[in-house]
Design a protein around this ligand. Structure first.
Ligand code: DGJ
Length: 731
């Protein structure tokens, strides 16, 4: 059993295949964290780990506890409250009917059950009985009566824990949630680095790793969406750990709105990490009898470095988060018209694109922005989701028929949350946009954000989308979102509930996305937010692929995709070959193959040589589909730091097949180059498909492969791909 409770020591132990998480119920009902790290057999012996210090005269102590070492100011906790003697950052803060914010949660019971409950209205990991086990701890504040239920689901084979909190108000007066984090993680020392990703539009997922400092540090979004500036992912990486070895704890928040991952290192050098909804833009009124469910946070423990952490996240998300039927179904290889045509297209041009692309082996045409309303530029039309028949003469059905007649599928673009002031929708409902009372709303890309908290707004957009999707053979939707939320305010909520706006917005988007994907389960949904502006696990629940970045320069894309792969599977990363000028056509394909793969260019403009290469790329896409989509990813170099090379490798789960790719970002000084492969079976023998030479896995991982290039050496922007297949061990 992965979850055990020892009644004598009152210790809960949550074991995965290679990790242990433990906490105890103190005599006074506090939930005291004990341990998170490599799997250990001990239980009762963990109890002394709760003490971290001696009595400090300034730190309050519970008068019923005689042990002078016990002050909440030092004790590691599972769900630290507020103003109860713990002066560090708090996970839960409730403003009582009396107006104070003292929040003091004590254990009142627990239950352990197989499987995993759904979180109402929220994306979350899922599991059947036998795949996971869940612990629900019930706690209550003795004065307000407010209850907090802490949920822990253990995914043993993934070394993962999924955590969330449900708060209930069983009292007779309303209370306000001021902070409601999804999880708290306490660690015993500063022997960890803080690793996270920052970025901006077209430069997402730059990784940074720095030592923890005393005091506060963290990442957040207040943009209404997760945004490209910080991804809701962080890792605490043990000093000395690297890509291939050592301990790393990854934290991923399954949420698409204002988030916070906050770390405080206290005076003793002990870090406390909180992950959840950003409290700086949040306050939630709980009326008597109401409850509030936080989003889910997932932690993964790896004793095999960052690479091991990533591979665990990838498998967990593919198996237990991405619920689309397309997650494990072969996705159609697409061409998207955006970079080639922007708003300047008609049905004839699109049919020409489809005809040319079909010749190469492309399977689906995606018509991006510009097909609806008066959308001839980005000043007009958003919100009017009716086909523009001046562009698509004969109607959308006629266009799709022509594409289908070529044997290709058809996909379409939407930006459901947005409206241009120059649109029929805005003229009819100017009050449907997000705006703070009495303030002029800002424009961004000439558009406003529709207030998705309001059911009538969602219904309008749903009906408009349904009218098109249900009457045409559309097999793919790209759901875009090209601005963030400012001047936040809601016309319906009373002033004391305005703090609920941002979370309600996210819930509204989830509801609409759920409705669309449930009504049209056959449609492959690809999310997008000016590229990777909402590249998060919440979105991944609905869409198995997300456009990773508007930057399609293959060299820039390397750092963007390597960064995304820290947490997200390659199968989720939208990646296209485009007309961007840097590197040759081969390298563009090699980089796009580290993602969903597709084209975003004018196929009529390809040279005969490029067309020949495209056909080879498409053959490689089919040949390596399973290896890339379901195999294990090994990042061999870090393109953000390596001066010359981006090297990566996919290995099949049974370790009989491997695909190595090198992109030369800058010509090295030295022609003599080798690289050690990763993740192979040392006992197996692998044949290099190109040369027919056979080597042991042990040799390939220890001595490596020869990547030397004859004079004048490897060129900037060139690439090498090497495929190895194994036969049984010799002798
Ligand atoms: C931003 C997206 O990232 C692009 O791929 C494209 O869909 C444009 N929006 C269309 O406006």
């Amino acid at each position: 059993m992965p979850i055990t409770f020892d009644p004598s020591s009152r210790i809960f132990k949550l074991d995965t295949d290679s990790s242990t998480y433990a906490f105890l119920v103190h005599d006074e009902g506090y939930l005291v964290h004990l341990y998170y790290g490599p799997k250990v057999p001990d239980t009762a012996a963990l109890a002394p780990l709760m003490y971290r210090g001696w009595y400090d005269s300034l730190s309050p102590r519970n008068p019923h506890v005689s042990d002078r070492r016990f002050s909440l100011d030092f004790i590691p906790q599972e769900c630290p409250g507020s103003s109860n003697g713990d002066f560090r950052i708090s996970a839960l803060e409730v403003r009582s009917p009396a107006g104070d914010t003292v929040t003091d949660l004590r254990y009142t019971g627990h239950r352990i059950f197989p499987g995993k409950p759904e979180l109402p209205g929220l994306p979350a990991t899922f599991a059947q009985e036998g795949e996971a086990e869940t612990l629900e701890i019930e706690t209550a504040d003795p004065v307000t009566g407010v209850k907090a239920f802490l949920l822990y689901t253990v995914f043993p084979g993934y070394d993962a824990l999924a955590r969330s909190v449900r708060v209930e108000n069983p009292g007779s007066a309303s209370v306000d949630l001021e902070r409601a984090y999804s999880m708290c993680l306490e660690l015993p020392s500063m022997d960890y680095d803080f690793l996270h990703m920052y970025g901006r539009w077209a430069k997402e997922n730059t990784t940074v790793r720095h030592p923890l400092q005393h005091g506060l540090q963290g990442i957040q979004s207040k943009r209404g969406m997760t945004g490209p500036n910080h991804n809701p992912f962080a890792a605490l990486v043990r000093k000395g750990a690297d890509e291939d070895q050592g301990q790393a704890i990854g934290v991923s928040l399954i949420y698409s709105g204002n988030f916070s991952m906050e770390i405080e290192v206290d005076t003793l050098g002990c870090p406390r990490l909180l992950a959840g909804i950003n409290p700086s833009t949040f306050r939630w009124r709980l009326e008597p009898g109401e409850s509030f469910q936080t989003p889910e946070a997932v932690t993964v423990f790896s004793g095999e470095g960052l690479g091991g952490m990533s591979r665990r996240f990838h498998r967990l998300f593919l198996d237990h988060l991405m619920r689309s039927q397309w997650t494990k179904k072969k996705r159609p290889l697409l061409i998207n018209d955006w970079e080639a045509a922007v708003f300047d297209f008609d049905d004839q041009l699109l049919v020409e694109f489809a005809q040319e692309a079909k010749e190469l082996g492309v399977e689906m045409l995606v018509m991006d922005d510009g097909w609806f309303g008066a959308r001839n530029n980005d000043y007009q039309g958003l919100g009017d989701w009716q086909v523009n028949e001046n562009k698509l003469k004969g109607g959308l059905g006629h266009l799709i028929d022509q594409v289908n007649a070529l044997g290709m599928k058809f996909g379409i673009w939407y930006e459901p949350e947005m409206v241009n002031p120059d649109s029929d929708l805005f003229r009819a409902h100017p009050d449907w946009i997000i705006q703070a009372k009495g303030r002029e709303p800002s424009l961004s890309r000439n558009q406003y954000v529709l207030d998705m908290t309001r059911p009538e707004v969602r219904e309008n957009i749903y009906q408009q989308m349904c009218a098109v999707l249900s009457s045409h053979n559309i097999e793919y939707v790209k759901w875009d979102c090209n601005r963030n939320i400012s001047e936040a305010g809601n016309a319906v909520l009373p002033p004391e509930r305005q703090g609920e706006f941002f979370h309600r917005y996210v819930l509204g988007v989830y509801e609409l996305m759920d409705r669309i994907t449930s009504t049209f389960p056959h449609i492959l949904l690809e999310n997008c937010s000016s590229g990777g502006g909402r590249f998060d696990p919440g979105m991944m629940y609905y869409s198995p692929q997300i456009w990773t970045s508007d930057c399609t320069d293959p060299i820039e894309r390397l750092t963007i995709q390597f960064g995304a792969s820290l947490c997200y599977p390659v199968a989720s990363m939208g990646a296209h070959v485009s007309a961007s000028p840097r590197t040759g056509f081969e390298t563009k394909g090699a980089v796009a193959l580290m993602g969903t793969f597709g084209y975003e260019l004018d196929p009529r403009k390809l040279t005969p040589e490029e067309k020949a290469v495209a056909k080879e790329q498409i053959a490689a896409y089919h040949k390596y589909y399973d290896l890339i989509h379901y195999g294990d990813l090994y990042r061999i170099t870090d393109p953000a730091r390596d001066p010359y090379f981006a090297d990566w490798q996919f290995v099949s789960p049974d370790r009989t097949e491997a695909l190595f790719t090198r992109v030369v970002m800058r010509k090295p000084e030295n022609y003599y180059q080798t690289q050690r492969l990763r993740g192979l079976d040392p006992e197996k023998y692998y044949t290099d498909e190109a040369t027919g030479e056979t080597y042991s896995g042990a040799l390939l991982m220890s001595a490596g492969i020869d990547l030397s290039a004859p004079w004048p050496g490897p060129q900037d922007g060139s690439c090498v791909m090497k495929h190895f297949t194994a036969r049984k061990a010799q002798g």
